[in-house]
Write a protein that binds this ligand. Structure first.
Ligand code: XIL
Length: 297
């Protein structure tokens, strides 16, 4: 096939992009979006600060724009992210203890409930593990409410939207390392105890190299009985960008339970990074990395 989405579909996968509501009026952007991609993720619009700017007052206008853009194009919609230490509204940042725990669970219930039946997969919890060699949790206001906050969030999400796949999502998990092993141990424990979890997202914000255990790491999670997804792929330009994109694509295709790939933006000018990490240049032209992915699919 001649597009990313159609080629991925031939392999039973989706190929998605993170999109921003504020760019949907840009005709080049929406042309690339609707032509090439079969899944969308809101880059910011479903985060806590966006959806609950004041406690108990929910704002879904921009999240709904992303949802409707995706659904009207026949795409999957990945929900991102119910709970995260970053991009919390100020009111939540100032809470702690049971007040924060109750607010967080209410947030999960209300947001997942608003989108009930519409979301393919939710990043229920984002980036809860620490970098470095500890393999443990990241310190955060949510973590300080008790180590069981993650399973409480997953149980609330399942109750609110039983049809959505529920994912744990993180970065620096691009191979078998202490951080990915900490997450692996949590997922194994959740599966053993019946805590609802369906998928693990590997953000894959990459530099000039890729860990040789990238595929093996995806496979070990899949072997626990969860789907795996590449959720926020972008790769520094100037190294081996095209080859690294192809390596990630081939790794997903080689793992039966890798259900799809999402790139974190469309054109380099849309990226949160300044190192031209995406598949289209600022003019909307296909880069070598684009051709490399298409050929790998
Ligand atoms: C980024 C967005 O791309 C930026 O627009 C925003 O200013 C900060 O967040 N990990 C995640 C994403 O899970 O939500 C982040 O998105 C990038 C890192």
């Amino acid at each position: 096939a001649t597009t990313l989405g159609a080629s991925a579909a031939e392999k039973g996968r989706y190929f998605g992009a993170a999109i921003a509501a504020g760019r949907l009026g840009d005709s080049t952007y929406t042309r690339l979006l609707t032509t090439e991609f079969t899944s969308v993720t809101p880059e910011n619009e479903m985060k806590w600060d966006a959806t609950e700017p004041q406690q108990g007052r929910f704002s879904f206008t921009n999240g709904d724009r992303i949802l409707n853009q995706g659904l009207s194009n026949g795409s999957k919609v990945r929900g991102h992210a119910l709970l995260w230490h970053a991009q919390q509204p100020g009111w939540a940042q100032s809470l702690s203890g049971s007040a924060l725990r109750n607010a967080a669970i209410n947030h999960v219930t209300q947001v997942a409930g608003h989108y009930k039946g519409k979301i393919y997969a939710w990043d229920v919890v984002n980036e809860a593990f620490a970098d470095g060699g500890s393999g443990g949790r990241r310190d955060s206001n949510l973590q300080r409410t008790g180590n069981d906050w993650i399973e409480a969030a997953f149980r609330a999400a399942r109750a609110a939207d039983p049809a959505a796949k529920l994912c744990y999502n993180d970065y620096n998990t691009d191979g078998i390392n202490a951080k990915s092993t900490g997450i692996y141990t949590m997922v194994r424990d959740f599966k053993a105890r019946g805590v609802p979890i369906d998928c693990v997202g590997f953000q894959s914000h990459l530099g000039t190299g890729i860990d040789s255990s990238y595929q093996a790491n995806l496979q070990r999670f899949a072997d626990l009985g969860v789907d795996v997804q590449i959720t926020e792929l972008d790769v520094q330009q100037g190294g081996n960008q095209a080859n690294i994109y192809a390596t990630v694509t081939r790794a997903c295709l080689a793992v039966a339970r890798c259900t799809g790939i999402t790139v974190w933006g469309i054109r380099d000018s849309d990226s949160w990074r300044d190192d031209n990490p995406l598949l289209f240049d600022g003019g909307g032209n296909k880069k070598a990395a684009y051709t490399s992915v298409l050929n790998a699919l």
